[in-house]
Design a protein around this ligand. Structure first.
Ligand code: NZQ
Ligand code: ZN
Length: 388
């Protein structure tokens, strides 16, 4: 097993009617920026719950954080916090609002041009330099409620870039599965596939000796397979909703990643498809992931076979056959979850995509990705072309 440190300071508050605990979770005398997205919180009652819990606090509201949050929008919130000397942020929304708030949190006191945070992948490690924040999660998918990473898009250059660091964990996250009841089916489907792929990125690498981490990962995958199709059809079923929410958090709160290699190439390529065509994040993963497993088959086949046997109960004549069937099963699951797994089914202008992405990676100096750094530029090109 690889050496590791486990640090996760987020107070995770799970269950029905937990939003009222904001009254004690938000520091007394805090001057709060309440950040939210396009307005779903006004329709499903979450806004009212939050406002009731924050009665007596000084609150300034900032709405309009887009799905795939934009640097340009977030900078407006940075200005408000600076001008009004606010000292706490509450993110109420899905991954986009939470990620946006992580950027805002780091940018307020950043000395230098804030765009560097994204362009240079600045790491925030000093908690005294960031604005503390908590979250009320409304969409289980990204794990952003219990991790310290974020993804932000620069509108001007159509670039989707990451930021993070140990100072950017939420202080607390309120996770009430009842919020799933108001989610459009498409977003639930996205959430399940995003969480599933997060596990795959940290599991589907090569055989190693971290047995427990493999079992953690497999159990999350099995649970998502078990409940995913049902929760998309029955979002008011609390049993399904609660399992879905906890799976999504556990898929990317750092635990299953400890002591093991991880891949993340599917995400890095997928982010480009969102930046170029605004395809939902999870849907880019469903397009790229299976083709990455195909192109990197020799490198990943032992783990693919393990996944096929343990997660899908596949019995085949050879390890290679089981590994191949495991990819097919994954694609079939994505289809059940409403994904269209070809790029051409998601956008019309796909012909130049591979060349565009390859050029971008070269410009950024990204020569190779993946757990063995063997997803080279030519492999990226093949993966994307195979996805047309
Ligand atoms: O903006 P509002 O009006 O709130 O509507 C949102 C949005 O339109 C809606 N929604 C959220 N909760 C709802 C709801 N509608 C009804 N009822 C509710 N309870 O859903 C839409 C999508 O929301 P968004 O936050 O964009 O989705 P998601 O949570 O999937 O987040 C995606 C973003 O997270 C990033 C992605 O790249 C993408 O930008 N990721 C962040 C990660 C992280 N921080 O660790 C990891 C992921 O791999 C991912 O890259
Ligand atoms: Zn993701």
């Amino acid at each position: 097993m690889l050496n590791f440190e486990l640090y996760n300071p987020t107070q995770y508050v799970f269950g029905k009617d937990q939003t009222q605990k904001l009254a004690t979770l938000v520091p007394q005398n805090a001057k709060v920026l309440l950040a939210y997205g396009g307005g779903s919180i006004f329709k499903n009652g979450v806004y009212d719950q939050v406002k009731a819990a924050l009665d007596g606090f000084e609150v300034i509201e900032f709405g309009g954080i887009e799905p795939n949050p934009r640097f340009e929008t977030l900078m407006k919130a940075v200005e408000i916090i600076r001008e009004q000397n606010l000292n706490f942020i509450l993110a109420v929304g899905g991954g986009s609002v939470i990620d946006g708030v992580k950027f805002i949190s780091g940018a307020v006191n950043y000395e230098g041009d804030p765009i560097e945070i994204l362009k240079n992948r600045v790491l925030f490690t000093d908690v005294t330099k960031v604005i503390p924040f908590g979250t009320v999660l409304t969409l289980p998918a990204t794990g952003s409620e219990m991790n310290s990473g974020a993804v932000v898009t620069i509108e001007a250059t159509q670039e989707k870039l990451t930021l993070g660091g140990s100072a950017l964990f939420p202080k607390f996250s309120i996770c009430d599965p009842s919020v799933i009841a108001s989610l459009p089916k498409r977003q639930i489907q996205n959430g399940v596939v995003d969480a599933f792929t997060h596990v795959m990125e940290q599991y589907l690498t090569y055989p190693h000796d971290a047995f427990l981490q493999d079992r953690f990962a497999e159990s999350i995958l099995q649970t998502l397979i078990e409940i995913g199709p049902d929760v998309a059809e029955n979002p008011t079923d609390y049993k399904l909703a609660s399992n879905y929410m906890w799976c999504a958090t556990m898929a990317l709160n750092g635990l299953i990643q400890k002591g093991v290699p991880s891949d993340w190439a599917t995400h890095m390529i997928g982010h480009e498809l969102t930046a170029l065509y605004e395809i939902d994040h999870a849907r880019t993963l469903a397009i790229i992931g299976p083709n990455l497993y195909r192109v990197m088959f020799d490198s990943k086949k032992e783990k693919l076979a393990q996944y096929g046997k343990r997660v899908w109960n596949i019995e085949g004549n050879s390890e290679d056959e089981i590994a191949q069937q495991a990819i097919d099963k994954t694609v079939a699951f994505f289809h059940i979850m409403g994904m269209k797994t070809r790029l051409s089914e998601n956008t019309e202008n796909y012909q130049e995509t591979a060349d565009f992405i390859v050029n971008r990676f070269e410009e950024r100096g990204w020569k190779a990705l993946g757990e063995k750094q063997n997803v080279t530029i030519d492999k990226v090109k093949t993966i994307v072309e195979m996805s047309y």
